[in-house]
Design a protein around this ligand. Sequence first.
Ligand code: ADP
Ligand code: MG
Ligand code: ZN
Length: 486
Amino acid sequence: MSGSWEAVIGLEVHAQLLTRTKLFCACATSFGAPPNTHVCPTCLGLPGALPALNGEAVRMAVRTALSLGCTIKEESRFARKNYFYPDLPKGYQISQFDEPFSEGGFVEYEVEESGERAKDAPPVVKRARLTRIHMEEDAGKNLHDLGGGSVVDLNRAGTPLVEIVGEPDLRTPAEAAGYLRALRDVLVFLGVNDGNLEEGSFRCDANVSIRPAGSSALGTRVELKNINSFRFVEKALAGEIARQKDVVESGGRVVQETRGWDEKTSSTFSLRSKETAQDYRYFPEPDLPPLHLDDAFVATLRASLAETPRVKRERFVAELGLSPYAARVLTQHPRVASFFEEAATLGRDAVAVANFIQSEVLRDVTTRGVDASFPVTPGQLVEILKLVSQGKISGKQAKELYAKAKGTTASPAALVADLGMSQVSDPAAIEAACAKVVADNAKQAEQYRAGKTGLFGFFVGQVMKATKGSANPQLVNETLKRLLGG
Ligand code: ADP
Ligand code: MG
Ligand code: ZN
């Protein structure tokens, strides 16, 4: 029976724009600052204080919309969304409602097929349409059970957000997670959002319904609120889809409501039903004029857009010869991607650069939002790889050299000299080392000659051990083959 249902999912994402100041006042945006230290008459909603729109927030919102293929409306408007809650001191939120600044657009995303897909297979790329993107201000934060009571922190009140509303084009929890990841990547690479789900600067409400497979009508939807990790999005959606199937298959009817996700019980629970839903009594914000975005302004922003992460990934594969897997790893963060690109430009072998970053450098990289810090510079990395390609040091020594260069400004070439590190490429020295290993392991040599060729690696390993990893591996291979008669 369960095979006969299809899920329909549409996501609403709220993303905090990385402006220095709030959307309608000059207060600094802040996270983790002492409570209520970034507030003023405007964001406190004091009588007589007027909002003034933040130009940088508008530029970031428009760049977001352009990157996602949206149409920019020349005229849009802000509205008051009225509701009464302690974290909203004005008694209303300023948001765009029926006249948003952008419409349409799409998210191109990759789906992780569970398990089976080979690591290096090209990704499955899908597209989901967007309904609209609009700007709005964030609310403050209520904190409960602090010293026995509830308190409010208004530092976040008035922080600029874009709300990105998706069409109900997604069909599985895995697609929803892929869509969210792709959307977050686009925003983080644009530098307009820090992509932090845990801190709530990128948050998602997931709408989900089920319908008989093959049907084109939409079922009654349930909204899952504020899910703060990609893993939870998938789990919460899967749990909710299963619940809806149970309801319908046992003769019930799904009711339109808002539900939360309980990680402990792995199930969703009701927060509020349609009947208790708010009437927001929207009306145009009288304190702000309509927003005009003229063609020249939009064209300038369009010209400033960089490659999206997905296009970057495709280029790394097509032009630089990386595997799809490596391309994905190196575009996990904008600063990692630019570190790789800088090193690949300085060096001659992009694949070698990519391999070294993946095997050594990445584990020492720390990221914080859109920032990242690296243990070496692209220049130092390229210098290390150059020493390898010139045959001056072995691959193993390159890793040791990297470990020495970490956190310093030293030139790797100078370090090689200081450390007395150099690869043994002298045929006589290698011949002597190989001959000794063959003589010391006469039994294995006999077995090898009798056809147990799998032992070859053993001999290479012994020579490398004896030379502390400094022997030129190609020379070792050739010499051993000759001595063993392979
Ligand atoms: P609201 O503003 O009340 O949240 P909308 O009608 O604008 O409601 O829809 C919001 C989101 O719900 C959109 O992302 C949309 O794709 C999704 N959605 C709408 N109808 C359905 C449905 N029947 N099943 C799943 N998702 C839906
Ligand atoms: Mg909604
Ligand atoms: Zn303020």
